[in-house]
Ligand binder design. Sequence first.
Ligand code: 0L1
Ligand code: MG
Length: 256
Amino acid sequence: MMSLQTLADRVDTAAHTANAIAQLTDEVPGLTVEDAYAIQALSMKRRYARGEARIGVKMGLTSRAKMIQVGVDEVIWGRLTDGMRLEEGATLSRANYVHPRAEPEIAFLLKAPLAGEVTAAEAMAAVEAIAPAIEIIDSRYQDFKFTLPDVVADNSSSSGFILGTWFAPDTPIDNLGILLEADGRAVQVGSTAAILGHPVRSLVAAARMVARAGEALKPGDIILAGGATAAHPLSVGMHMRAVFQNLGSVGITVTE
Ligand code: 0L1
Ligand code: MG
């Protein structure tokens, strides 16, 4: 079998150069999810070597809408770096992505470490603040098509994120309405309840899954809790805005 490092180099180069590749499982059909997380870790080492720093994690496929959209039905995670962060209201350059999509999310900022099996109450006690967010996902695979090991190896499609205003950790987030607008037109409507029933469950899952990889969530980490709706494709000239009940909005404009 091709080495995990070779596969990691392939997904990282695809992300770095914004060039679509064939699914890894086309060539390596026996690739397991465990192999895929090892490939993800190896590919992230290449980013760190280029100067990016890990600043948190993203949870993926946390809602039925997302699972149906991509035909994969397991919660997954990926690493976030400082190079993926975009400023609220700023622009996103379409040329840096293969086929980017946006999805509204809730972000947690941690003030204490979290690792392994934790309760929802323990997870919330480690939260410093909560913010509305947009995640930019960009599968590096042709036609945005992949199997579970493919997407995990590809850092769970993570490619960017935009954070809104931080709110106190006790701000209710169990069932907030969300509207995703493209150029002022509603393209997705949802609720934070679609994120595993409550976004904190995503944080609990993050602590467990990250520990399985021998890592921990640390103070200062940002955790994206996962999409509440299907993702919407971004095109040049588009203004994408996510409006959250009680939390305000987050927006980005797409340039060439
Ligand atoms: O954040 C997500 O839920 C995306 C995970 C990977 C699947 C996709 O690229 O849509
Ligand atoms: Mg997401």
